[in-house]
Design a protein around this ligand. Structure first.
Ligand code: ADP
Ligand code: MG
Length: 257
């Protein structure tokens, strides 16, 4: 495996789900490359396949067709045990619903992936810097129910970062936050890219969130129909109208991104 390999390479990936009698094609031959240190947003209406794409990249599900290569390694070929190790070490994941363990303190939640990976000493050393960056120092001994939504999501970010993953995936991370905390979170994600050189893939349908990224791909009915840089938009309103135009058009072509 070469370190210069593309961090995320999705090649013709298809994923179907059975819903009773019907088969839903959640992703149809999606091709996507994400470069090192990129901050990519996946946009699209509800049901367009955004979460499915993120789950494939995280190795949480496998495609029926196509390949997912992370840093040059085909993760669709890994055993479940190897996949778990891969996720713990290389990928940090943040969800809309935070997914914190209610009986553990913030500190214990954050250290959990390091504990599971036998890296507790290393993680404890890195913890103070991480906490100060996320403005969590004074909240560390609280359980999730004593924390605000914004704090809970920052704990979830700290947990995602504790094993120093080079790739961070976020599925609608601002979906449960008010707009102020949402923007704080976006700024943090941007810093992870600009200052740490991490590769970020964010899923959202909110233009005010997507504008923080560098590039956007738009999914519609399981296919990527658009791929563009955010730098051409002066604000999230102009991005919003461009995005609306794309999803409402019936003349979209499939693109490899
Ligand atoms: P999005 O995140 O863009 O809202 P998803 O990737 O969650 O979309 O879903 C894409 C399509 O696949 C939807 O039609 C959804 O109902 C279906 N789907 C997703 N996950 C499952 C599942 N585990 N079982 C059955 N259908 C699913
Ligand atoms: Mg989703």
């Amino acid at each position: 495996m070469s370190s210069s390999a593309v961090p995320v390479k999705v090649e013709g990936a298809s994923k179907k789900f059975r819903q009773g009698e019907t088969i839903v094609e959640a992703l149809k031959e999606v091709t996507l490359n994400v470069e090192e240190g990129e901050f990519l947003t996946v946009m699209g209406a509800s049901g367009s396949g955004k979460s499915t794409l993120l789950h494939l990249i995280a190795g949480l599900t496998k495609p029926e067709a196509g390949r997912i290569c992370i840093n040059g390694e085909d993760i669709t070929a890994l055993s479940d045990r190897k996949l778990t190790m891969f996720r713990r070490r290389r990928i940090g994941i943040i969800f809309q619903s935070f997914n914190l363990i209610p009986t553990l303190t913030a500190r214990e939640n954050i250290l959990l992936p390091a504990t599971a990976d036998g890296r507790l000493a290393e993680a404890e050393k890195a913890l103070p810097t991480l906490l100060s960056r996320l403005a969590l120092e004074s909240r560390i001994s609280h359980r999730p129910d004593a924390l605000s939504g914004g704090e809970q999501q920052r704990v979830a970010i700290a947990r995602a970062l504790i094993n120093q993953p080079s790739i961070v995936l976020a599925d609608e991370p601002t979906g449960s936050l008010d707009s102020v905390n949402g923007q704080i979170l976006c700024k943090l994600l941007r810093e992870l890219c600009d200052k740490d050189g991490r590769t970020i893939i964010l899923v959202t349908h909110e233009p005010s969130v997507a504008i923080w990224s560098k590039r956007i791909v738009v999914l519609k009915d399981g296919r990527i129909i658009s791929n563009f840089e955010t730098s051409t938009f002066k604000d999230s309103h102009s991005l919003a109208s461009h995005y609306q135009g794309i999803v409402e058009s019936d003349k979209n072509a499939v693109v490899a991104a």
